[in-house]
Design a protein around this ligand. Sequence first.
Ligand code: MN
Length: 732
Amino acid sequence: MGEQLTTEQIKERLLADFRKKFGIEQGEKLREAVSFAERVHCNQRRDGGEPFVTHPLTVAQYLLNMGMDAPTIIAGVLHDTVEDGDGITNEDIEKRFGADVAKLVDGVTKLTKSGNQTYITKKQEQTENLRKLFLSIASDVRVVIIKLADRLHNMRTLAYCTPEKQARKAKETLEVYAPLADRFGMGVIRSELEDLSFRYIMPEEYAKLAAEVSEQQQERMEALASAMEQMKALLKEANIEGTVSGRPKHLYSTYRKMQRNGYKLNELYDLIAIRIIVGSVNDCYAALGVVHATWKPLPGRFKDYIAMPKPNMYRSLHTTVMNENGIPFEIQIRTREMHETAEYGIAAHWMYKDDKKVMTELDRKTSLIKQIIEAEETTEDSREFVENVLKDFLGEYVFVLTPRGEIIDLPVGSTPLDFAYRIHTNVGHHCQHARVNGNMVRLDYKLKTNDVVEILTSNSQVGPSRDWLSIVKTQSAKNKIRQWFKRENREENILRGREMLEDAAKRHGQNLQVLMKQEYVNEVMSRMTINTMDDLYASIGFGGASAGQVLHRLMELHRKEERLAALNQKLEEAGKEPQKPVRRTNTNGVYISGDPGMAVFFASCCNPLPGDPIIGYITRGRGVSIHRADCKNAASLLNDPERIIEVEWATEEKNAFAATIRLRVVDKAGSLMEISKVLMSLNVNMTSLVSRSTSEGEAMMDMTFTVSGTEQLKVILTNLRKLPEVLDAYRV
Ligand code: MN
């Protein structure tokens, strides 16, 4: 792909290749699409200076080379016309090129900013776009193939972009697109995307490893060449027809292996791989016999992915052998079809349409995304949805087996309950016990790769229990449990939710009557995308929303109104204009009224956390300082009402905030250890600790750590207070 073609050459090659495969009639359709794209992009250039249209044409060529169908290739030509074309709509595409093509183009088109949508941050924009992409993939899997071809070309030409864009694109590629390629079995694309991202994200490590590899490669390559010759002759002798090729492993996977296991380069056995492609499955095993009869296999390195394919459909025989000079090689043996699947994954499905296995796998794959989409009912926003897909679908996973030997892939940290829910919703609901490798385990056991998992169900188990919500790891299991509670007991949930909110109010000494003012309630519901009061109660009742959170939002709205009234009274007394309620201008995690350009910082005297009632104070020259409303300093600031400004938290986003707590503890060896254990189990990072002995047998500890908000802080304090060593714990 390295050759430099002119735009005209790229175009002619695409048209000719396409015509050869799909015939003259289809060829005309493509030509039409090409001229349409040429017109739309006529004044646009790529970052490298070449006409923009070379990009969609190249993407279409990739799709053609992968063996995709005609509508996908045509959509590849058109994929940027709606996004970048002035006034081109999806309806235009549908009118000209039909619904199928239009649907694909729409699937890869980002949301437009011109609509009602305005994005506060780049991150938010990215999230919204990913959400749309995942939804599109679930409804038509060809979308992911176009998107990956698009990303591949953009990454190959990334050299021409600004360093900032390079870093952003490379990071996104490594986090989203390479895992997507992997999940859909598109091995070559994944490798290349990873290597390209690696180069831009860690240029030094990349260069260092590349140099190191090539230095060692010399000797290995020579050995490889002679091994390949030998292999060819041996296959011929054994009457097995096949091709033999050799290649170095790609850099990023080598880098990761070294990082993860602390290996040195010369400790890796699979820096070089020989690939043998033969005609049939029988020949695969025959070729393996020849290999093992010639070179000594290394123990524990043989893997039969033909009998047990990987969850992403990958099939091959793998073995590692040592040659006469002690140089190790990995050898991969597969049929042509397995090879296509290994390289192009789901794309290979369009080459082998009758392959039932691929189809089933495809269904399963997209059904995983669909499960997460269904779950969206109960999640509050698109950020959560996108995170769920990234974690449940694109994160690191373990492979476990059903008793019948089927492989199930689950995110790292999954439990037998996640497994049960993955098998079937009802297996989950009625799960009573689990056996792993023949032994009974607790339902919160963390599954490991190669565990054989067996779920024992019981009809006397009427349904999930609420504490399962804190056991399961996957969002889809969590949501199935929530939905059960939601559906089974709506009436009960409404009652329960109301009670829970009343209890929460009582605990905080609040009068719910005052707080449930219609304006406040509406504001809370609209933020949670909930429509009716019953839905709000029900949501609290089944655990979709927390009573504490709802209460705090209501309290904050109420306090805000009171503070504004008090402030305006002072202003009025001073003969000044009253302030209006907060207009939503977001800066640094809080909304402030007025000038959006104002810098915002958090006062270090009280370290406010999301969820805390807060006020803003306009400092001289430094912007707005945010204090807790109950901060001592803030009280004196209130004497200066003109400089007080209404603010509110923009998100409950899990940003890190510093919080300091003080503990009164029993002064003995081991106290700190117990406290650390609790913090560790809660995943809390302590950033500072000051400890001093006070009266006999007691010590005072001030510790600071980062938390996401008051909710988390509360959990930490509650857990610390449970320790016998801790006499008292509170926030300072
Ligand atoms: Mn593009």
